[in-house]
Design a binder for this molecule. Sequence first.
Ligand SMILES: [Zn+2]
Length: 678
Amino acid sequence: MSIQLLAPAGSQEAMVAAVRAGADAVYLGLNDFNARRNAQNFDEDALKDAVNYCRARNVRVYLTLNTLVSDQERTGALFTAKKAAEIGVDGLILQDLGLVSLLKRAVTGVELHASTQMSVHSPAALEALHALGITRVVAARELDRKALAGLCKEAAKYGISVEVFVHGALCMSVSGQCYLSAMLGGRSGNRGLCAGPCRLPFGAPNGTGYDLSLKDLSLIDYIGQLEEMGVSSLKIEGRMKRPEYVAAATRAFRIAIDEGKVPQELKDLLKDVFSRSGFTDGYYTGRLGRPMFGVRSDEDKINSAKTLSEIHGFYRSERQSVPVKGHIFIQQSEPVRFTLTDGENSVSLEGDVPVKAKNRPLDKDVVEKQLSRMGGTPFFLNSLEIDMQEGLMLPLSQLNSLRREAAQALEVKRSNVPKREFIMPELAQSAKPGGQKPWIFARFYRVEQIPENLEGVAAVSVPLESDFESINLPDKKLFIDIPRGILSEDYIVSRLERAYNKGYRAALCGNLSAAVLARRLGFEICFDFGMNIFNSDSVKAAKELGASSVVVSPELDLKSIKRLSDLLPKGILAYGRMPLMLTRNCPGKNGAGCGGGCYVTDRKGIKFPLFCRAGFSELLNSKPVWLADKMDELLGLDFIMLMFTNEDKAQCAQVIRQYQAGGVADDFTRGLYFRGVK
Ligand SMILES: [Zn+2]
């Protein structure tokens, strides 16, 4: 099967534009539970129309259900999935571990796709995805060519297909690991409401001034390579973009796939219709750094306006993409009969009885010419059988209306949806909050931070890449903190093996690959905040994937956290500078360079430190979360994690004391624990 071209459909018009410009599949969202809740989106009736339209044209439809859902929202999300399955969508694109696991049990005949929001960078994650019933993974956008090839190779073993973003906006953060919009304004990117704060001025010293804003991606020159390595689907980003954009991008990639080469004028048009000072292929080619950054310039905007009318031509008319066969029967004393078939569905229509010709009898050429005129329909006539007796006459209008009506009837017939089964699954039970006092988990970004006195601390974690061998804490439970961004699994495995040999038995895992690798080596696993545990079914899924405890999503409010299932011990990030982004590009490199102590400042001069680690950088919040004066509110949690990023040893010691004695601080944030996110 040839590679699939998957286009965004933020609206009915964009969907039609995508299909007419040559998409093999479209993805779209209903009003809720999708990662672009601000797009125009579809209601139930519009989804039905869209599915019928697409089915008739051999175009697959995937529904985005790729947000985190709360306990209360699970039923709604399941009913949405049920409706979509019955309407006939071909696949569901998912982020939430709990929802994935519920849907695996609920639905048959509909593919489950792992959204790019699941942050899959390396192959080990595939084992977990397979166990969750996933049949397609949308790769994280930060992968280079070699990493993508590796992912494809491993995915084939599980029968999982790989989808790759080839065009459109790039997030600064690894998707699924961005909390910037949520923490700054309560609008969660993981809930489809990203306000795009990364496009505002955040400057690194001597940087571009917009050091969190990446250019748009375009991999149009690498389609052959992607096909060769086994990528199954090429995805165009842009559900918030106008239909013209969708049409231009779809057409350009259609030509790239079919003909191997795109005319320069079309490439120029693609750049003009929307870019941010041009495109980047930096992640794919491994050329990171300043050339990847860009904002939308005035020139970009002027160019866009000029392109629109030219692009309308790309989707003004039907793309005749479905081959059909015809058969016409014209015999004396019998009604004329026209049959049209696509190989699976066929329709047969009868017309008038032909009469004997007085002067100009019907000839085969005329019949063929009239019946071949399929313009304005999704069909083209591949072959036609003419079963005709000579010397008869039939008005041409009769042939035309038979053709038209047959095409219409076939289109309707093709949109029939096969029966789908959906059994409402049982939800994991929410818990009644207890009143126990949480134990303290101290997490250190650097070994040098660890105070001599760790009284009251039950567990400690240190980074995988640090000199953990020098640590001697016999009475603490020791965790190895695996990076959330994994570039080399070999490196992770070799470090984990070393840790195991030194007696370490527990690991903090912020992504699926980390969890799978650690589990294979026999580590006890704690699912870190990067796993975005947001509901009781994600707790249950974590348990099924081998976790022994979870650090829940920092986007949940405390009330909801305490009601999450008690299938596993749960904790929160109760102290520390919350990582707002995980990014492959250190913004520091745009200016003075990355050498520790990197940071960006916002428009108000507020400083956001960067912590650079293992090829990724974490953008940290300007202020730490502080809850030491709210210890009563934390009763009922199993543990609280104090996360030390850029504090020194004395500060760490003081914070640990204050979280036992109930201290106050002056410059802090409560995170989202008392307000939650939208
Ligand atoms: Zn840096």
